[in-house]
Design a protein around this ligand. Structure first.
Ligand code: GLV
Length: 408
């Protein structure tokens, strides 16, 4: 009787580690988001999760993927799968890049270091933001993996040049130039809370901190969060004092940014440049005419212009227009490995993700990021197997249809 019981009931390995418990529950990015929501103070979660105005664009970035259906092929011997690819001629274990995100340490004190280490373990590029809270050099020290750096064009062009030169000296290979932040989008969750970076400690945050002790302990025990790349640069806000992000962008960002600035960037950067924030076929065409190597189809995770187009809906028309003259990266809305397959099938070379790793970092720290990258890889591989693709090269336009297209 006891033997029968033993052979039919298998107990899960018991763990006293609370991170193990959380990782077990993180069965999808959405579940991971829910755990992050529980663990992070409201203002911090809303800064990460929120988007511009009515947040329609942020929602559609994700839901647009559900408009695409697979046309799976069977009986193709998928016993050996190869998910690897090359991005700008450099190997990646799958067509996934971690997008730059500002203020990453707000989710967990390890911040950018944790994410860069996880990216290296996963064999994919990590992108550090100018608004990062760990410096170019600190990240390079902990990660020998593929690293990209992101710049805005600030009014102080000398500082931008200095940052790019530091990135080059530290072995970063590719530059994102963000082109969709002439002014900051109106993120109403942040406006409502009067949110600043770092969060100001008021009565509401004290209360919020008390009910999120894990985050608060981590925040208080570690070095103050700062814009690590600009610390000590005269009038540049380095994040030591709470800043209002919209005011910061208004004072530092150059609204006169134009196509000429790409030529200027090229005078001191000879690696690939990806324009992050291209949202029309016309601008993609112009970028290629200017010799730009990468088109980052992105609406900044819906954080800038509400009712901007979904990146996944731009992939195919842009690919048709520019043929193979540039690398296309689809940034935004990817929540599953199957979404990566869809983007590649429509013509992207790779996708990039931001919120998924921030949720993971907030939910379970560095192990959370490993977990989410493994989740995306596993989903990518499974979808390849179920659709009959043995390599990234085999993921082609015949594999998908928009649900409005006739089934052929
Ligand atoms: C920074 O780029 C942000 O979107 O908050």
């Amino acid at each position: 009787m006891l033997n029968t019981f033993r052979s039919t009931v298998q107990f899960r390995r018991f763990s006293l580690d609370p991170v193990d418990w959380r990782l077990r529950k993180m069965v999808s990015i959405e579940e991971c988001r829910k755990i992050a929501k529980r663990r992070l103070p409201g203002g911090v979660f809303d800064y990460i999760d929120g988007a511009a105005e009515d947040e329609r664009t942020a929602g559609r970035n994700v839901s647009s993927f559900s408009r695409i259906e697979f046309k799976p092929r069977v009986l193709r011997d998928v016993s050996t799968l190869d998910t690897s690819t090359t991005i700008f001629g450099r190997p990646a274990s799958m067509p996934l890049i971690l997008s730059p995100t500002g203020y990453t340490r707000i989710a967990n004190s390890q911040g950018e270091l944790a994410v860069a280490r996880a990216a290296e373990r996963a064999g994919i590029p990590y992108s550090l933001s100018t608004m990062g809270t760990r410096s170019i050099e600190e990240v390079a020290e902990v990660s020998a993996g593929e690293k990209w750096f992101q710049v805005y064009t600030w009014r102080d062009r000398g500082l931008v040049q200095e940052l790019v030169e530091r990135a080059k000296a530290s072995g970063y290979t590719t530059l994102w130039l963000t082109v969709d932040t002439a002014v900051l989008g109106r993120r109403e969750r942040d406006v409502r809370r009067g949110f600043s970076l770092p969060p100001k400690i008021g009565l509401d945050t004290l209360f919020d901190g008390a009910v999120h002790p894990g985050w608060t302990w981590d925040f208080l025990r570690n070095d103050p969060i700062m814009f690590a790349n600009v610390v000590g640069h005269g009038d540049h806000e380095d994040g030591q004092n709470p800043i209002d992000l919209a005011a910061h962008v208004g004072s530092q960002f150059d609204q006169a940014l134009s196509w000429h600035d790409i030529d200027w960037l090229r005078t001191f950067w000879d690696g690939p440049i990806v324009l992050k924030g291209i949202q029309t076929v016309a601008d993609a065409k112009q970028a290629v005419a200017m010799g730009v190597q990468g088109i980052g189809l992105s609406n900044h995770g819906g954080r800038q212009l509400d009712d901007a187009p979904s990146p996944i809906e731009l992939v195919e028309p842009v690919r048709q227009e520019i043929a193979d003259q540039a690398t296309i990266i689809c940034d935004g809305g990817v929540r599953r490995g199957s979404d990566i397959v869809k983007a590649i099938a429509l013509g992207a070379d790779a996708v990039s993700v931001g919120r998924p790793y921030l949720y993971a970092l907030g939910a379970a720290g560095e192990r959370g990021v490993d977990h989410v990258l493994e989740f995306l890889r596993d989903g990518f591989e499974r979808t390849m197997a179920l659709t009959g693709c043995r390599s990234v090269a085999e993921i082609d336009r015949d594999l998908v249809r928009w649900r409005t297209e006739p089934f052929t």
